[in-house]
Design a protein around this ligand. Structure first.
Ligand code: C2E
Ligand code: CA
Ligand code: CA
Length: 394
C-alpha cells in the first residue's frame, strides 16, 4: 500500500507514474463521439491504480497540482498527435486547478506546450471549475478571455444551478458549461427537478453555450437530457474513462454514424435538429406582415444579426438591411423589398419575389446572399404575409 503524501506524489510525477485516462463525450441525440476529457490516474509501480480523489485534493494544497495539470496537458498533446496522424483528432478537455491563478506565465506556458506538439489551439478545452471563477472576481474573467483569444476553448466545470452561478455566466466568455452530476441525481426524473434542469439547459442554449452533462449513468437520465436539448453526454452509460490505447480504439470504432437520427429523438431534440437543418441552408428567416408593416426574425449565428432587433417595423428593417448591402446593390435591394413593390407583385399573383445581393455579415465580409420573399395566406385575416428565406450562396 502506497503512502500518499506530497513527496510520494512528486516522486510519482518524476517517475512517470501518472497518466491520463480519457472519457468520451458523445452527442446526446446521435451518440456520435464529439470530444473527451483527460482525467489523471496514478498507476503505482506495483500496478495499483490510484484515483484522483485520493491525491488531487492533497496536491491542491500546494502548487504540486499545477505540475500534475501540465503533465496531463503534455500527455493529451501526445495523444492528439497520434489521433491527428490517424485522421481522427477531436477536442480534449484538460483540467486546470484554481492554483494556476498564481502562475504569472500561465498563458505563455499553455501556448508553448501546445505549440511544441503542433496541436491547433481549438483542440484543447481548458476546464476550470465554477468555484474557482466565482471566488476570484473579474480578474479571472479577464484571464479567461485572454485564453480564449488565443483560440483555446473554455469549459466551466461542475456548474450547479445556484443563483450566483447563473448571474455569473453572463460575464465569463466560456464556450462550454459542464453540468455537474449532482444536478442529475435520481430525482431528476421528478417533475420539478426535471423542469429546473430543462429550463436551465434552455437558458444555456439561448446564451449559445454548449452544454455537457456529466455523470450520466442510466437511460432515464439520458431521456431527460434528450428532451431538454443538452448537446453532449459524458458518463458511464457510454464509457468510463479509458487508458490511452483503449481510447484510441474507441475513437476508431466510433466514427460519425448518423444512423436513424429521428428515431432517437425526443421532441425538443427533433425540433432543434430540424431548425439546424433549416438554418444550415437559410441562416436567416423573417416572417413579416406587410399590411401591418411588422416582422419577426430568426437568425443563425455569424449572420448579420447584430444591428437589427429580432422583431420590429418591416420597412425599417429593409432600410437597415439596405445599409449592409454592397453600395452597388443597395438600390436593387431597397426597391425589390419595398412594401409598394411587394404589394404590386402580390396583386399580380406572384408567389415569390427574389434577388441576389452582396451583403456584409457581422464579421465585415461581403457574401452573396439570395433573399426570397414567399407570399403566404393568413388563415384568419386578409393581411398580406411573407416569409423571407435568406440563403448564403458563398
Ligand atoms: P471532474 O473534472 O468533475 O471529472 C469527472 C469525474 O466524474 C471523473 O472522476 C469521472 O471519472 C467521473 N465520472 C464520469 N462519468 C461518471 C458516471 O457516469 N458516474 C460516476 N459516478 N462518475 C463519473 P475522476 O476521474 O475520479 O476525477 C475526479 C476529479 O478529480 C475530477 O472531477 C477533477 O476534479 C479531478 N481531476 C482529475 N484529473 C485531474 C487533473 O488532471 N487535474 C486536476 N486539476 N484535477 C483533476
Ligand atoms: Ca473536469
Ligand atoms: Ca465535473
Amino acid at each position: 500500500m502506497i503512502e500518499i503524501n506530497e513527496a510520494s506524489i512528486k516522486k510519482a510525477i518524476q517517475e512517470n507514474e501518472l497518466c491520463a485516462y480519457y472519457q468520451p463525450q458523445v452527442d446526446t441525440i446521435t451518440h456520435d463521439l464529439k470530444s473527451a476529457e483527460a482525467l489523471c490516474r496514478w498507476i503505482a509501480k506495483d500496478g495499483t491504480l490510484i484515483k484522483p480523489d485520493s491525491f488531487i485534493p492533497l496536491a491542491e494544497k500546494s502548487q504540486l497540482i499545477c505540475d500534475i495539470d501540465w503533465y496531463i496537458l503534455n500527455e493529451t498533446c501526445q495523444l492528439l498527435q497520434k489521433l491527428t496522424t490517424l485522421g481522427h483528432a477531436i477536442p480534449i478537455g484538460v483540467n486546470f486547478s484554481r492554483n494556476h491563478l498564481k502562475e504569472h506565465n500561465f498563458l505563455d506556458k499553455l501556448c508553448s506546450i501546445v505549440d511544441s506538439y503542433h496541436i491547433e489551439h481549438h483542440m484543447i478545452i481548458v476546464e476550470v471549475t465554477e468555484t474557482s471563477l466565482l471566488e476570484k472576481n473579474m480578474s479571472v474573467v479577464k484571464g479567461v478571455s485572454k485564453v480564449k483569444e488565443k483560440g483555446f476553448k473554455i469549459a466551466v466545470d461542475d456548474f450547479d444551478s445556484g443563483l450566483s452561478s447563473l448571474s455569473f455566466i453572463k460575464d465569463v466568455e466560456a464556450d462550454i458549461l459542464k453540468i455537474d452530476q449532482s444536478i442529475l441525481c435520481e430525482e431528476s426524473t421528478e417533475e420539478k427537478s426535471r423542469l429546473i434542469l430543462t429550463s436551465m439547459i434552455d437558458l444555456f442554449n439561448n446564451l449559445h453555450f454548449v452544454t455537457v452533462a456529466e455523470g450520466v449513468e442510466n437511460q432515464s437520465q439520458l431521456g431527460v437530457l434528450k428532451t431538454s436539448g443538452c448537446q453532449l453526454i459524458q458518463g458511464y452509460l457510454f464509457s468510463k474513462p479509458l487508458p490511452e490505447d483503449e481510447f484510441i480504439q474507441y475513437v476508431l470504432q466510433h466514427e460519425s454514424n448518423h444512423g436513424d437520427v429521428l428515431k432517437m429523438q425526443g421532441p425538443l431534440g427533433a425540433s432543434n435538429l430540424m431548425m439546424q437543418a433549416i438554418f444550415k441552408k437559410h441562416p436567416m428567416i423573417i416572417m413579416s406582415n406587410l399590411t401591418q408593416d411588422s416582422y419577426v426574425m430568426m437568425a443563425y449565428e455569424n449572420f448579420h444579426t447584430h444591428y437589427s432587433p429580432a422583431s420590429g417595423i418591416f420597412s425599417e428593417l429593409i432600410e437597415r438591411d439596405t445599409n449592409t448591402m454592397h453600395p452597388e446593390d443597395q438600390e436593387l435591394f431597397r426597391h425589390t423589398f419595398s412594401i409598394p413593390h411587394l404589394m404590386e407583385e402580390y396583386k399580380k399573383g406572384s408567389e415569390s419575389v427574389s434577388c441576389i445581393t452582396r451583403q456584409r455579415g457581422d464579421d465585415g465580409i461581403y457574401r452573396r446572399v439570395e433573399s426570397t420573399d414567399y407570399f403566404v395566406k393568413s388563415p384568419s385575416t386578409n393581411d398580406v404575409l411573407i416569409i423571407t428565406l435568406c440563403e448564403d450562396l458563398d
